[in-house]
Design a protein around this ligand. Sequence first.
Ligand code: ADP
Ligand code: MG
Length: 242
Amino acid sequence: MGAAAFVRLENITKRFGTFTALDRINLDIAEGEFLTIVGPSGSGKSTLIRLLVGIDDVTSGTISLDGTRIDTVPANRRPTCMVFQSLALFPHMTVGQNIEFPLKLRKMAPDARRARALELLRLLRLPESYYAKRITQCSGGERQRVALARALAFDPRIIVFDEPLSALDYRLRKTLEKELKDLHARTGKTFVYITHSLEEAMVMSDRIAIMRAGRFEQIATAEQIYSQPVSRFVASFMGEVN
Ligand code: ADP
Ligand code: MG
């Protein structure tokens, strides 16, 4: 690996009791990259990104950002954020209150919070009038956008997604895939995206990392993986797309 990785995971092992969920993982992510992680259920995808954002601790190994270790930094002080499949929006709050929530936690002044929330609504192409709307009045796609706006609120450098679209119907998924790709291009942020849909991975990402039983089987562009799979496992996994 080269010297100047943006995010570097080195020799990461994660054990739960005697079970090894991640086994000496190495991964470099470039700044602004859209990296997708795919792999069978239980292969360690969620565990890996939980370590990256700091929801859980590594058993051994290091995570660094711009050459500085972040694996010892608490989650709320890492420049990362996570978007879950469940979105985890607060249904009793307005759109504006939801977006401002992380800013309030960080003690930003009300006027500044509101200005930032309105700016994010514009970025996500939601009308300003949505600021006062209740979450319960928003459609599924709009809720996705609100969740994204909230994730971007404190300007994280890395946004991590754990299967954000898998509960949605096909048409909405296709629309949001496009929007996410577009958002990635417009913000230039680093996206780490988990999906179990290889098709989704192929259309969205710069690189795809294929996980198998706590290790990376192959990390490469969709085209490279497709034309030069390193193993039968990868080949059969790719075969599922057709
Ligand atoms: P994926 O997201 O790829 O489906 P996970 O990262 O959620 O997989 O899980 C990887 C493995 O680690 C699974 O076998 C899972 O049962 C196990 N695991 C995950 N979290 C815990 C935990 N908190 N305690 C014990 N085992 C866990
Ligand atoms: Mg998972």
